[in-house]
Design a protein around this ligand. Structure first.
Ligand code: ASP
Length: 376
């Protein structure tokens, strides 16, 4: 026991004097993985990112694929960090620049590399929230915006609205000079295969559920979380992306961007663009970006719930996020969140095998991880 206390004290002192984040594996008892830390006093900036919790199972991960994912995560951390270093940089800049790198990579389910709808199209969702002003912006079901996170920020800053959807959002972004691409830009062979494989499963499930009845019989319809195509299938390797950032002025922001769930219905909107569900930021509590089975995060109002547990119940972000992830698990959902406070405390919490994730602090060296037990 004394040895343990000594180790904790030594780790803390090392962090204090050398600027190394102090990590702890909070024993929340919730059966999930929490990697959390308190940044040392004087830390100027912190950026934490995720690339989703639908990771390639460890047994199937090749060295090349692992490296490719880690390289992109590190590139995103560097881009966000560089943005946060600029004079007058805000936490929003760090979030947007990091998320853009992840959106541009075909490896993650956001921007290029987004999953397909049942109809074989890509419909993208994104949101951003600023913890100081509590202003927020989001786009949903957009099909031509190269970097949906930039459109979310545009909606927040210029539109006078919080959420814009579909063609209206695409048109507005175009008018305002945001980069537009042909819808075919987003598709990749990998996602196409995932789409086709999933379609077969949906057809089979629908056949099984139809039981010879025509039309929609709402009384005998399966519960929402069992309906075909609504739940994420475990073999769906997806990677919604997100970032939470602390700037030198002591403000925090959160951003989330996704292609949604593989083979979602046309028009389905998940948690990512819904403020309070997939994204939330408030200087007085914390910034949160989530990933996972969106329907569960929507019903749990997950990001806001974590913020409220911190704000009103005084829970640590590790405990608050662990409690909400456990609730989502108990409800039947998989998921993960990254959380950051304006004091530089951070947590990366997931109830899955792993989570593409990483952080960077004042020393500017990126740290990226995929599976549990990979804390530095
Ligand atoms: N949360 C996203 C959605 O439901 C998907 C994900 O994070 O993998 O749209």
């Amino acid at each position: 026991m004394n040895k343990f206390i000594g180790l904790v004290a030594a780790t803390f002192l090392a962090g204090f004097f050398f600027g190394i984040p102090v990590f702890s594996d909070d024993a929340t008892g919730a059966g999930d993985s929490v990697q959390s830390w308190a940044s040392p006093p004087g830390t100027r900036v912190v950026l934490v990112i995720h690339g989703g919790c639908g990771v390639i199972p460890r047994s199937e991960m090749t060295q090349e694929m692992e490296k490719a994912h880690l390289d992109v995560l590190e590139a995103a951390l560097r881009a966000g960090y560089a943005a946060l270093q600029k004079p007058d940089a805000s936490c929003q800049d760090g979030v947007v620049e990091a998320v853009k790198v992840l959106e541009d990579s075909p490896l993650f389910n956001a921007g290029k590399g987004a999953v397909f709808t049942r109809e074989g199209k890509n419909e993208l969702d994104a949101s951003i929230m600023d913890g100081r002003t509590k202003s927020a912006g989001a786009v949903a079901s957009v099909t031509t915006i190269k970097n949906p996170i930039t459109a979310a920020r545009l909606v927040m800053q210029k539109s006078g609205h919080v959420l814009m959807v579909g063609d209206g959002a695409d048109q507005y972004a175009k008018t305002m000079g945001i980069e537009i691409v042909d819808p075919s830009y987003f598709g990749t062979d990998y996602r196409l295969k995932q789409h086709k494989r999933g379609l077969k499963e949906i057809e089979l499930e629908e056949l099984r559920n139809r039981n010879g009845s025509d039309g929609a019989d709402l009384n005998s319809a399966p519960a929402p979380d069992n309906a075909p195509g609504i739940r994420r299938k475990t073999q769906d390797v997806v990677g919604t992306v997100g970032a939470v950032a602390l700037d030198r002025a002591g403000n925090i922001a959160a951003g989330t961007s996704t292609g949604g769930l593989n083979n979602k219905r046309h028009g389905r909107v998940g948690d990512a663009p819904i403020i309070g569900a997939g994204n939330y930021a408030e200087n007085e509590s914390c910034a949160v970006s989530s990933t996972g089975d969106g329907e569960f995060f929507l019903r749990a109002v997950a990001a806001h719930e974590i913020s409220s547990l911190v704000k009103y119940k005084g829970l640590s972000i590790a405990r608050a996020s662990s409690q909400v992830m456990k609730q989502i698990k108990d409800d039947g959902g998989d998921g993960a969140v990254i959380v950051l406070t304006r004091n530089g405390q951070a947590a990366m919490t997931y109830n899955t095998e792993g989570m593409y994730r990483g952080y960077i602090t004042s020393d500017g060296s990126p740290h990226a991880f995929i599976y549990s037990g990979q804390a530095p």
